[in-house]
Design a protein around this ligand. Sequence first.
Ligand code: AMP
Ligand code: ZN
Ligand code: FE
Ligand code: FE
Length: 295
Amino acid sequence: MASAAYCDLHTHSTASDGTDAPGDLPRLVKAAGLGAWALTDHDTTAGLGEAAAASKRLGVKFVPGIELSADPDVLETGTSRGTLHVLGYYIEADDPGLAELAVTLRDARAQRNPALIANLNQLGVRIDYDEVLAAAGVQPGSADADTAIIGRPHVAQVLVDKGYVKSIHDAFQKYLGRGGAAFVRKDRLSAQRAIDAIHAAGGVAVLAHPVQLRLDTDTLEHTVARLKDLGLDGLETRHSDHGPADVELLDGFAARFTLLTTGGSDYHGARKAIDLGSQRVPMAVYEELSAVAFR
Ligand code: AMP
Ligand code: ZN
Ligand code: FE
Ligand code: FE
């Protein structure tokens, strides 16, 4: 068999808000003809062991990763309306510092989720937390219920299933997103802490989907420069939310600030209409990331 040409360095599993089990993804990665992949679940390393073992069994190259949510107000001006996610690649899955951080981030969800549900109830939307857990495949009252990463996509799923909205997108638009009627701001990690935690766990820190910061070009450039000062190693230039002009702009920033470039689909399984491997990221990107990680 010819060696695979492409990889996908941004995916989610049931360990966060994806719909495929981490141990199942390698089979799909292989079926998509990819040579390497990274699992980058939100705020958790829980799926990495299973994903690594199944990847090894099937002979696909695997990068253990994480995607940390951080505060987008990186500049003193503090004006971002968007989200700042930092990808950590080749992190040590059982790093104690990262584990501690994961608990902090889970606590932020444990504060946010009930408030979000209370807001929905206030608006006449009948939904409870057990239904949200069920949407995440978690048994209410089980040990998993305390450690699961429960996100807005799970809430959105319940809203769709109960007929309150037509789609996940509508759920964010109408209720859950910033500007939505039930929106609750979640406590956020500073970008510095996210980058430091990834480095302390032996990982490479990459700014995920920079367009989601929703900044004008100049402010984005200043933000990237600031993040580079904070220790950022790379930019995710190829992503399902990026058009050709975005990729070109970001490749330029990467060259200017001596940052690595990465790419991935941000596959979430059935919950988003995004195919594994759809960004057609060359294997050279995986090779380069690996070289930087093990330098
Ligand atoms: P949370 O981490 O619980 O705040 O949820 C954030 C996650 O929701 C993101 O990482 C995306 O996976 C998803 N998400 C955010 N905005 C949207 C949207 N407009 N439509 C669909 N999914 C979204
Ligand atoms: Zn997600
Ligand atoms: Fe993200
Ligand atoms: Fe993601």
